[in-house]
Structures are given as C-alpha cells and as structure tokens.
Write a protein that binds this ligand. Sequence first.
Ligand code: THU
Length: 141
Amino acid sequence: MNASDRDLDPLIQAAQAARERAYVPYSRYPVGAAVLTEDGHIVTGCNIENASYPLTCCAERVALFAAVAQGHRRFRALAVVTSNGGSPCGSCRQVMREFAPTMTVIIADTAGNRRLTTVADLLPDSFGPEHLPTGSGGGGA
Ligand code: THU
C-alpha cells in the first residue's frame, strides 16, 4: 500500500527532527530518516558514524532496523532528509527492498523540497527473499 502525499508531512517532519540527532563528526553530513509502518507508527533514524569509518550506519538503515527490532515488518513509506536532497545509497535500497519492495520513498531537503519515488524505481531488477530456496521472507523467522 502506498501513502498519499499529504499523509507524508508528519513523516518528513519526523525525519527532519531525527536529522538533528545525527552523529557525524567525520562527514559533517547529517541525514534523518523516518519510516511509516503499515499500522501507522513512525520510527526514526539518523546516520551514526564511527572513528573506524566503515562502521558508519546510514539513517535509512538505522530507522528500518529500529522498526524491525520494535516488531514492525510492513511499511508504507520512508522519508529521508538531507541538506541537499541526497538519494539513498545502494545498501539502504537493498534493505528497503527486503521488507517493502513497493513502498513510497520521499527524498527531501531542509529547504522543504521533496520528490516521491518508490523502492522499485530506486532498485530495479532487484534480488530478494523469493530468489532464495528458503522462500518468501518478511513474515517468517
Ligand atoms: N548517508 C546516509 O545516512 N544515508 C545515505 O543514503 C547516504 C549516506 C550518510 C553516511 C555518512 O554518515 C554520511 O551520510 C556521508 O556518507
């Protein structure tokens, strides 16, 4: 299920607030994300960097992993907010695809600009749980 445009304002605001909590001493590029669960909860994330640089985790994955850890597995939309409308990285696209291959993705900036896309458009011809012999993922263990 996709969310309609107006429904997305609180989600973008939540991502914007999460961006304020980013831990970015190395890149100085704060990112905020928020996911809207199918039952209407909003779970947020920010990017969290590390002195061992590759350990950094993007805001989108922090939000999605937090949501899954809180018991959510079905998502309507994810919003990401940066200073300049940066697009989700490939790793985050793959993690979005695991749980919500058709959800809406809102890419916003701090000036209030936004564009709507979908996980399917961001990651065409993707690999997913159904390609594995263990089956469909999502609702299982
Ligand atoms: N970053 C995100 O949080 N999300 C993305 O999709 C792209 C990049 C973060 C990682 C790092 O903290 C900083 O932006 C610069 O790469």
